[in-house]
Write a protein that binds this ligand. Sequence first.
Ligand code: 2NL
Length: 364
Amino acid sequence: MHCAAYRGQPDAFKKEASARMKEKLEALKLEALAQLEQVTEPQVLNELRVKYLGKKGALTEILRGMGSLSAEERPVIGQVANDVRAAIESIIDTKQEAFQRAETEQRLQAEKVDVTLPGRIMPQGAVHPLNKVITEIEDIFLGMGYQVAEGPEVEMDYFNFEALNLPKDHPARDMQDSFYITEDLLMRTHTSPVQVRTMQSMRGEVPVKVICPGKVYRRDDDDATHSFQFHQIEGIVVGENIRMSDLKGTLLQFVQEMFGADTQIRLRPSFFPFTEPSAEVDVTCVKCGGNGCRICKQTGWLEILGCGMVHPKVLEMGGYDPEKYSGFAFGMGVERIAMLKYGVDDIRHFYNSDMAFLKQFTRI
Ligand code: 2NL
């Protein structure tokens, strides 16, 4: 068609065709470069690449006329065409690179992380001082081979009193002043029932060697040293030939780990229905070491727990023959231990969630 029209034409025509093609190519080049100069978006750059250099683009369209050129003119025009293509391509490539650089730069800016900024401080909680003390006491006894046992806070009258040698008419039962739920169900007044349950579940196996931490309840009016709900840890050991000296040695080891290696103990005779003999245990004052101060009321000693040899009747109700087995038991108030250890002067500090108070324990 277009090319066929020139085929077989005289040389003068071919010369003219060559000149016109050259003109067209130069014009194309100027037009393309002018348009490329305006481009500000990579997408437009691609459109122009297709428009000028594509298979169906403007350059290809012009080169279709090559067939009507003479053999001498063809390489000349071919060279011009190549130069035009190279010029356009070069501009496109340069622009393309610039766009890519700009895009990379923009992404780097957007994703910039300043690693020198200080980290965000997350508010950090802490273990409650009472739980700290419980864990610490547990760890000390775990170190001596004890296991930790827990039980219900709503307890049967039988486990809380009966099995601990406190029969219905026992005066201590009135003294206990408890929260009853029904006639034979109450909030436990100590964690001793857990030890009775443990003994019974052991079915006569020895040794029994457990400590029982947990909440206990008494109908007290709250003041600086009393609370209707507090925490207790009791311990019991049952086996053959368990003696008072085992109890003394165990408690000495405990207080020295808890309050310091220089701590000493003394036992004073006392009474509990579930132990015989019974004793109160004092430690040398945690504040003055025994010289006498405000904390120990000038005595040098602080009472920290009660203990004794398990009463034969209690052993029996636990499923152990008191003729064959013996045992010791002890009990302590967690709040009292915590107050002595941390110098807290009012038990109510542990319960009213005062952040100023609690924050003092975040780094202990
Ligand atoms: C105290 C005194 C004590 C016990 C608790 C106990 C438990 C069983 C058998 C015998 Cl199953 N005794 N526990 C013994 C003596 C004292 O606690 O002042 N607690 C705060």
